[in-house]
Ligand binder design. Structure first.
Ligand code: NAP
Ligand code: MG
Length: 504
């Protein structure tokens, strides 16, 4: 199907953008190369997308450098106003963006409408409002001196994002960086570039000056690597796997650019024996199965107190088996395909790993039998009981609709297991015991903890991890600190300083 026909078939009013976005214009790659982005529902090609190489990244960085002086000196309120207009435009194009995101990633349209798009608008709106409220400081130093602190943008920021929430992560990365006065070159994941390109188009409509935002879809090993190494880039902000995070750090060393890393996770979701089982079952299913489990903060280790494990699993398994798999563009679908065939194979590979180590597959573990889904990247909701907390499925990030079940006998053991991986991103716990809730929250090795809930995010609340889950925080005032650097200015107001070198 050609692009125009496809557009009509999926109910898109406006063209699917598939070129690089550099200096305010959609352009082909210098090399003329493209890469197909696929619809994971049936692996059909959506569009051949321009593939950025070194020359294109150089052009994008140059454009961002040229745009930086005017953008960084613009009144903060004016920068904010553009982001606020963008938030409005995202809302007036909500259905368009939701369909595009579902088409390219496999997110159920129900989720794209209710979560991805509103969260993207909310993030731009929050940081649009933040632009003129994030301020410097005055330090009470010795008499006669005024010392004030400027929070200055760092310059051109390189941003590299993964494929699991491409639209939402575009806002998490762009909004604070722009509010703080930086200019941007962003590389979406090669398999999900479309929504980021659409945001670039809406940016221009919102009045964003040319060159402030540049989008370079391309391979991580080429465009991403070039961006991470680039001498013209002052900071690299990365979301993705821990292995790539390490490569980013190495690549950044040449000009010692600032680095921010949002990496993998192996979220512990702990259900104590006094938890409200109905709420915990539902919340735990959401924790792992939302977005087909392709979430860094997924509750992928379901830790059950041994006294309630059987009762919990009975309800949880029934719920998992009832989740409706289907075409992401169908409003009744509760779980779509994984975002690529390669990733589906990787996830299914973990079923074999689990069995080899004595794991028991309680549900799923295979592609669905439904012939309508046979060409897509579908995996049934999968529940596997591990033999022990050191098994690979209890230690490694699977990043799919695959939950590893472990049991514990008391709080101390729960904490030891929960903290027993290299990661430390999101964790959750379910209990009716208030002191226990706060005690466990305190003792968990994690950047985020949810009590009697899971996976809450908000533009005001810091998001990020510890350990192998990375460093730095997105969202809130922390994000503004990440995207600025402090300049301390000393003014001699009326200090009488005796000369250091008295001469006559
Ligand atoms: P990935 O393979 O690390 O890729 C992430 C991004 O990095 C993609 O745009 C990729 O490009 C690019 N990339 C690959 N190699 C690169 C290199 N040498 N230099 C620069 N960039 C490079 O991760 P993924 O498999 O796409 O995403 C899943 C991972 O992201 C999981 O581990 C998940 O936990 C993590 N994640 C973390 C957070 C968080 O906030 N902590 C949020 C979401 C996801 P191409 O894909 O185009 O090759
Ligand atoms: Mg795709």
């Amino acid at each position: 199907m050609n692009l125009a026909d496809l557009q009509a078939a999926v109910g898109l009013r406006t063209p699917i953008r598939h070129q690089l976005f550099i200096d305010g214009k959609f352009v082909d790659a210098e090399s003329g190369e493209t890469l197909a982005t696929l619809n994971p529902h049936d692996n059909s090609t959506i569009a051949d997308v321009a593939l950025a190489g070194r020359a294109d990244v150089d052009k994008a960085v140059d454009a961002a450098r040229r745009a930086f002086p005017a953008w960084s000196r613009m009144a903060a309120a004016d920068r904010g106003r553009i982001l606020l207009r963008l938030a409005d435009l995202i809302e007036s194009n909500a259905e368009e963006l939701a369909r595009l995101e579902s088409l390219d990633t496999g997110h159920p349209i129900k989720d794209s409408r209710a979560l991805d798009v509103p969260r993207t608008a909310a993030c731009f709106r929050y940081f649009g409002g933040m632009a003129d409220k994030f301020q410097g400081d005055v330090v009470p130093v010795e008499a006669g001196f005024l010392n004030y602190l400027l929070r200055e943008p760092v310059g051109v920021v390189g941003q590299v994002v993964p494929w699991n929430f491409p639209l939402m992560f575009t806002s998490w990365k762009m909004a604070p960086a722009l509010a703080a006065g930086n200019t941007i070159v962003i590389k979406p994941a090669e398999i999900t570039p479309l929504s980021t390109l659409k945001i670039a188009e809406l940016m221009s409509e919102a009045g964003m000056p040319d060159g402030v935002v540049n989008v370079v879809p391309g391979l991580g090993s080429v465009a991403g690597q070039v961006l991470a190494e680039h001498d013209g880039v002052a900071k690299i902000a990365f979301t993705g796997s821990t292995a790539t995070g390490r490569r980013i750090v190495t690549a950044s060393a040449g000009n010692l650019k600032k680095v921010q890393l949002e990496l993998g996770g192996k979220g512990a979701n702990i259900v104590f024996e006094d938890a409200n089982l109905v709420a915990a079952v539902n919340g735990s299913a959401w924790a792992i199965f939302h977005n087909q489990g392709q979430a860094c903060i997924a509750g992928s280790r379901l830790m059950l107190h041994e006294r309630i494990a059987d009762a919990f699993l009975e309800k949880f398994t029934a719920l998992a088996k009832s989740i409706r798999l289907g075409n992401p563009l169908d409003a009744a679908t509760e779980m779509g395909p994984l975002t690529s065939a390669q990733h589906r194979d990787r996830v299914l590979g973990y079923v074999g790993v689990a069995r080899e180590q004595g794991g028991e597959v309680i549900a799923g573990g295979k592609a669905p039998a439904n012939p309508e889904l046979a060409r897509g990247c579908y995996v049934e909701p999968t529940i596997v009981r591990a033999k022990g907390p050191q098994d690979r499925i209890a230690q490694e990030e699977v990043f799919g609709p695959f939950v590893t079940v472990l049991t514990f006998k008391d709080d101390a053991e729960a904490l030891a297991i929960a903290n027993g991986t290299a990661y430390g991103l999101g964790s959750g716990l379910w209990t009716a015991n208030l002191p226990r809730a706060h005690r466990v929250a305190r003792d968990l090795k994690a950047g985020m903890v949810w009590i009697n809930s899971y996976k809450r995010v908000n533009p005001g609340s810091p998001f990020g991890g510890v350990g192998q889950s990375g460093y730095g925080r997105e969202m809130g005032f922390d994000a503004m600190r990440e995207y600025t650097q402090v300049k301390s200015v000393w003014v001699n107001v009326d200090a009488q300083i005796p000369p250091w070198y008295p001469r006559g």
